[in-house]
Design a protein around this ligand. Structure first.
Ligand SMILES: Nc1nc2c(ncn2[C@@H]2O[C@H](COP(=O)(O)OP(=O)(O)OP(=O)(O)O)[C@@H](O)[C@H]2O)c(=O)[nH]1
Ligand SMILES: [Mg+2]
Length: 470
C-alpha cells in the first residue's frame, strides 16, 4: 500500500478532467483481434525500420572517419585543417579567398600597432634599463641619434590605420570577446558566413536581415581598411625598414606574431587594387579558434569513399575543456607540437615554456582512457622556424637546461625533441599503440601535401583493420 502511494504521480501532475478511465478490451471480440494484428504489424515494421536504420548507421559510421587536431594555441592546427581542405577540396578554399581579405588586413594592422607600442616602450625604458643587455642595446641604437621625432611622425601618419584594428576585430569575431589576457580575433566554426562579402547572403527575410546588415558592415570596414592601408603604404614600409625597428626586432625586444614579417614584407602586393589573398596568405594568416570547429570532406581511398570529419579545436588552456566531448568516438588524433617554441612561454601562463606545455599535453593525450583506441599521429611542427632560430644563433640550452652541451644544430635539436616526445609516448601510452611521427612545416604546401597523404593512408588502414571494412 505504501509503495503504491509512492508510485502515484503527484496530485498537481494531472487535472481531474484528464483522468479518462480506460475501457478494458473484451479478448473475444473481433475488435481485439484487429488491434492485436495491427499492433503486431506496426511493431514488426518498427523493428524492421530500426534494424535497417541501425545497419545504415553502422555502415555509415564505418565510412566515417573522425579526426581531431589537438595541440596548444598557435601550434598550427587550423593551418593543417586548411592544408587538408586545399588537398581534398581545393575549390572550397579557393572560393573562400575573399573572406580572408579582412583577416589579412587585421594581421597587418595588428603588427603595425604592436611595432609602434613596443617601440614606444623600449625607447622610453631603455635609458633606465641597467642590465648589460639593455646597455648593449642602447649602444647599438646610439649611432641612429634621436629617432623619436621620426617615429612620432610615422605614428601620426599611421593613426587612422591603427584605429581600424578594433572595428576589424569586432566584425571578424562577431562580437565575441574572450577573457584571460589573450589578444587578437577569435572565430567559431562557420565564421566565414559572418563575413560574406556584400551581396553574398540572400534569403528569408527576418533571419537574413541581420546577416545582411552584418555582411554590409564587414564589407564597409574591409573597404575602409583597404583604402587606409593603400594610403599608408609608404609609411608602413618606412616603419618596417626603420633601423631602430630592425635592431629591436633582431634583439627580440619587439615580438610579433610569427607570420607578421611575411605580411609586412608583402605590403606592396597586398595594398594593390583588387587584392585577393593567395593560398600562401591564407596559410600564414593568424586567427585563433574558439571552441571546436567541424570540417567535412569526402575522401576516396583504397577504392572506397570515406567521410572525414576534421575537428579543429582552440588550443589555449581555457579552451581545452571543450575537447573532451569529442574524444570517445575519435578515429584518430593528430597532435601538433611546435618545436620552434623552445624560447617562448604560454600567453596564458608566462611561466610555462611552450615545448614543456606541449610535452605535458601530449602525455595527457597518450594516457587518456577515452582515446585509447584512437590512431595517434604526432607532427613536430614549425621546423622552418626552428631552423631559422638555430641559424640565427639561438641557444636551446639557455631555455631548456637539460639540453646541456649537445651541439646546437638543427639536426641535434630536432632529434632531441623527437626523442622526448617518443619517450613520453612510451612511458604513458595507455594502449601501447603505434605512434606515427613526422617533422612538418605547415606553411610549406608541397611538403605538407605529401604528409597529408601519408597520414591519411595510415589512418584509413587502422580504421579498416578495426572495422573489418575494405
Ligand atoms: N612558419 C610557420 N608558421 C606556421 C607553421 N604552422 C603554423 N604556422 C603559423 O602559426 C600561426 C598559428 O597557426 P594556427 O594554425 O592558427 O594555430 P592553431 O593551433 O590553430 O591555434 P589556436 O586556434 O589558437 O589553437 C599562423 O599564423 C600560421 O600561419 C609552420 O610550420 N611554420
Ligand atoms: Mg586554430
Amino acid at each position: 500500500m505504501a509503495l503504491a502511494q509512492q508510485a502515484r504521480p503527484p496530485a498537481h501532475a494531472y487535472s481531474k478532467s484528464e483522468q479518462i478511465p480506460l475501457q478494458p478490451f473484451d479478448r473475444d471480440t473481433r475488435d481485439y483481434q484487429f488491434y492485436d494484428e495491427e499492433a503486431l504489424r506496426v511493431s514488426n515494421k518498427i523493428d524492421e525500420d530500426l534494424k535497417r536504420e541501425g545497419a545504415r548507421k553502422k555502415e555509415q559510421s564505418k565510412r566515417q572517419v573522425k579526426v581531431m587536431l589537438l595541440g596548444q594555441a598557435e601550434s598550427g592546427k587550423s593551418t593543417l585543417q586548411k592544408q587538408f581542405q586545399l588537398y581534398y577540396s581545393s575549390h572550397t578554399l579557393d572560393s573562400e579567398r575573399p573572406y580572408w581579405r579582412p583577416v589579412v588586413y587585421f594581421n597587418i594592422i595588428k603588427a603595425i600597432r604592436m611595432v609602434l607600442d613596443e617601440l614606444d616602450y623600449e625607447l622610453t625604458h631603455l635609458p633606465l634599463d641597467g642590465t648589460t643587455e639593455g646597455q648593449a642595446l642602447e649602444k647599438a641604437l646610439a649611432p641612429l641619434g634621436d629617432v623619436s621625432g621620426e617615429i612620432s611622425h610615422l605614428r601620426t601618419k599611421l593613426l587612422a590605420l591603427v584605429a581600424m584594428e578594433d572595428p576589424l576585430a569586432r566584425e571578424l569575431s562577431g562580437g565575441v570577446s574572450v577573457s584571460g589576457g589573450r589578444t587578437g580575433v577569435f572565430v567559431r566554426a562557420g565564421w566565414q558566413a559572418l563575413v560574406t562579402p556584400l551581396g553574398g547572403s540572400r534569403g528569408r527575410a527576418q533571419q537574413h536581415e541581420s546577416e545582411e546588415g552584418r555582411a554590409m558592415r564587414v564589407a564597409q570596414v574591409t573597404e575602409l581598411a583597404a583604402r587606409t592601408l593603400a594610403e599608408a603604404q609608404q609609411e608602413i614600409g618606412d616603419l618596417w625598414k626603420h633601423p631602430a625597428v630592425r635592431i629591436l626586432m633582431d634583439n627580440r625586444r619587439i615580438r610579433l606574431d610569427e607570420s607578421a614579417p611575411f605580411f609586412m614584407e608583402s605590403i606592396e602586393r597586398i595594398t594593390q587594387l583588387g587584392y585577393l589573398p593567395s593560398m600562401d596568405d591564407i596559410l600564414n594568416v593568424r586567427l585563433q579558434t574558439l571552441g571546436v570547429a567541424e570540417h567535412s570532406f569526402d575522401i576516396d581511398m583504397y577504392g572506397s569513399r570515406y567521410n572525414w570529419l576534421l575537428y579543429d579545436v582552440g588550443g589555449a588552456r581555457g579552451q581545452r575543456h571543450a575537447w573532451v566531448p569529442y574524444f570517445d568516438d575519435a578515429t584518430a588524433i593528430i597532435f601538433l607540437a611546435p618545436i620552434s617554441a623552445f624560447d617562448q612561454y604560454l600567453e596564458e601562463d608566462a611561466r610555462t615554456n611552450r615545448v614543456d606545455d606541449s610535452l605535458q599535453l601530449f602525455t595527457a593525450i597518450c594516457s587518456n582512457k577515452l582515446l585509447k583506441s584512437a590512431h595517434l599521429v604526432l607532427l613536430l611542427n614549425k621546423t622552418d622556424l626552428l631552423r631559422k632560430k638555430i641559424e640565427a644563433g639561438f641557444k636551446v640550452r639557455k631555455y631548456i637546461t637539460s639540453y646541456g652541451d649537445r651541439p646546437n644544430t638543427y639536426a641535434d635539436v630536432s632529434e632531441y625533441f623527437r626523442a622526448h616526445f617518443i619517450q613520453a609516448h612510451k612511458r604513458n601510452d595507455i594502449s601501447r599503440r603505434a605512434l606515427y611521427v613526422h617533422f612538418t612545416s605547415m606553411i610549406d604546401i608541397k611538403a605538407t601535401q605529401g604528409i597529408i597523404v601519408n597520414v591519411g593512408e595510415a589512418i584509413i588502414r587502422t580504421h579498416i583493420e578495426k572495422t573489418g571494412l575494405a
